[in-house]
Unconditional design. Structure first.
Lengths: 272, 275
């Protein structure tokens, strides 16, 4: 039988899914054990007990100085920034993306500009943002927005343009005005794509968030990682990285579930 | 009344002449089939009737008025594909026209107005043989059912002219025959003029009152760009068909059709309906 026609059964699929994760943990455990055998105080690859200690200290014991439970206060600070940035980007992208996709005049005006802006490396603008908007939350949220919104705008505008011309013409023959067509034909078909777009931009959004937090902040997941880096606290950094990954994976999953629940037809189209 | 007068219309794209000097008068309630080889501008012609494109020269009048420069509710359309909205259910698709006409800003109906619109939509859905599928999405319908839906969606507007762009070209023969019966019945029962582009001669002669052929009189490669297609044949069906009237000669052929028995792409009888 050809390789392209062989499929794993459910059990094999589960095993294959878990295999890379297990291998990664095993490789780490082996490396850590080897280093700890040489030097019991090794900080670079701490053992699993080291992690348990650190997680316990950060998540379940109040910080001696501030009285906060650091993992949770960091998470809250980071997520507020992340979702504020993503929220602003999503709203902007929806508005401008639809306008560019639907209205030839606005397309002529904005499409080349957005295309150019999306090529500006956002991190290069970070110093400027700090100078103009201060070191507070605004500059961090702005960085995420600048980093994520142009790509989303372009993606949505393309998606609007990809809607078959026949559909728009049909809506016109049903008496639809530009506004009505935007509201009843284009918007509902774009929203599922918008959610997918948010999912794809989660990675970049986290990147910009952590970059901003690393440079100037007093809380947040990125801040903590870059703070404890000075003490080579790998026992804190690794769990934080895993936690961030977990949060991102979870958001990704939830957003996709929301899409399927709210727009069941978008899943049917995919299969059809 | 819905008479179409097309007067010496030309269509050019840059140097390329697609249609030249097309004149045609379509009587009210006629059913005109446009036939011709691929790429001879039939669909371009239909798009001009629709208002999606404008003639380079010449005029098109609907009931004596020049045709508006964009598509509107007086001219319904069914395309071969993408005629229905994938994000709306069958009922939602048929209802949409009512909602767009009645509610300017929200484009949605509520309360009593919505209930009466739903009644009307359901009646039309039953008429095209889709009752029972109201809550399905187009992706769950077969090709024939999607085209039935597209017809219902267009008909709820009670358009003066219905334009069909190879609407049944992608359907298999059995389903096509059924939808022909439906089409004939709808044409007999409504007040509209129909213009249909088709590749299928049999379809043209089964449904139409008049078959109009487009062709390029000069089709050598070096002439192709500078000479467009035009009407080369204009055949009225004999004995004549008239909408809503039994034909004296062959009542079978042209009479308002009564459907008997379940249809093949009925949602209730078809296994493909639940795909």
């Amino acid at each position: 039988m050809r390789w392209i026609n062989t499929r794993p059964n459910r059990g094999a699929q589960l095993a294959l899914m878990l295999l890379p994760f297990v291998l990664l943990v095993a490789a780490y455990a082996a490396g850590s054990a080897a280093r700890l055998a040489e030097n019991a105080n090794d900080k670079l690859l701490p053992g699993l007990t080291g992690f348990a200690d650190a997680v316990n200290r950060l998540a379940f014991l109040p910080d001696a100085r501030t009285g906060d439970y650091l993992l949770w206060s960091d998470t809250a600070a980071s997520l507020i920034r992340l979702f504020a940035g993503l929220g602003i980007s999503t709203a902007t992208a929806l508005l401008i993306g639809m306008a560019i996709g639907m209205l030839p005049y606005l397309r002529a005006l904005l499409a080349p500009f957005v295309a150019a802006v999306s090529m500006v490396p956002p991190l290069a603008l970070l110093p400027l943002l700090f100078i103009v908007m201060g070191l507070g939350e605004a500059s961090k949220i702005a960085l995420i927005t600048i980093g994520v919104a142009p790509t989303m705008i372009r993606d949505l505008a393309l998606k609007v343009l990809e809607l078959p011309r026949e559909q728009i013409v049909k809506a016109e023959t049903l008496g639809g005005s530009s506004w009505q067509i935007a509201l009843r034909v284009v918007l509902p078909q774009i929203l599922p794509r918008l959610l997918t777009c948010v999912r794809l931009q989660l990675g970049p959004a986290w990147l910009f968030l952590i970059a901003a937090e690393a440079i100037s902040s007093d809380s947040g997941l990125g801040y903590r990682i870059f703070l404890v880096r000075r003490y080579l606290s790998m026992d804190v950094i690794f769990p934080y990285v895993v936690w961030i990954t977990l949060l991102a994976v979870l958001t990704n999953f939830v957003v996709d579930r929301i899409r399927i629940a709210v727009f069941p037809w978008s899943e049917l189209e995919k299969q059809g | 009344m819905s008479e179409l007068i097309i007067d010496s219309v030309w269509k050019e794209y840059g140097d390329q002449i697609v249609l030249e000097n097309v004149s045609l008068t379509v009587a009210s309630r006629a059913f005109v089939a446009l036939v011709g080889p691929s790429g001879c501008g039939k669909s371009t012609f239909l798009r001009m009737l629709l208002g999606q494109e404008r003639p380079t020269r010449g005029t098109i009048l609907l009931d004596g008025e020049p045709l508006p420069a964009e598509p509107g509710p007086d001219r319904g359309v069914v395309f071969q594909r993408y005629s229905v909205f994938p994000h709306l259910t069958v009922l939602g698709n048929v209802l949409l026209g009512k909602e767009l006409m009645a509610s300017k800003y929200k484009a949605k109906l509520f309360g009593q107005a919505r209930r009466s619109a739903i009644d009307e939509a359901r009646q039309l859905i039953t008429e095209v043989g889709l009752s029972g599928a109201e809550t399905k999405y187009p992706a769950q319908l077969s090709g024939g059912m999607q085209q039935r839906l597209a017809l219902a969606q267009a008909l709820i507007m009670k358009p003066k002219v219905l334009l069909l762009d190879e609407p049944f070209g992608a359907l298999d023969p059995g389903i096509r025959a059924e939808i022909h019966t439906l089409m004939k019945r709808l044409w007999n029962e409504t007040q509209m003029t129909v213009v249909m582009v088709t590749h299928d001669m049999r379809e043209a002669f089964t449904l139409a009152t008049r078959v109009v052929a487009f062709e390029r009189p000069r089709d050598r490669p070096e002439e192709k760009e500078r000479y467009g297609a035009t009407i080369t044949r204009d055949i009225s069906i004999w004995p004549p068909r008239r909408a809503g009237e039994l034909s004296y000669f062959s009542p079978d052929r042209d009479g308002p059709v009564v459907l008997q028995g379940p249809r093949r792409d009925d949602p209730s009888s078809s296994p493909s309906g639940d795909r």
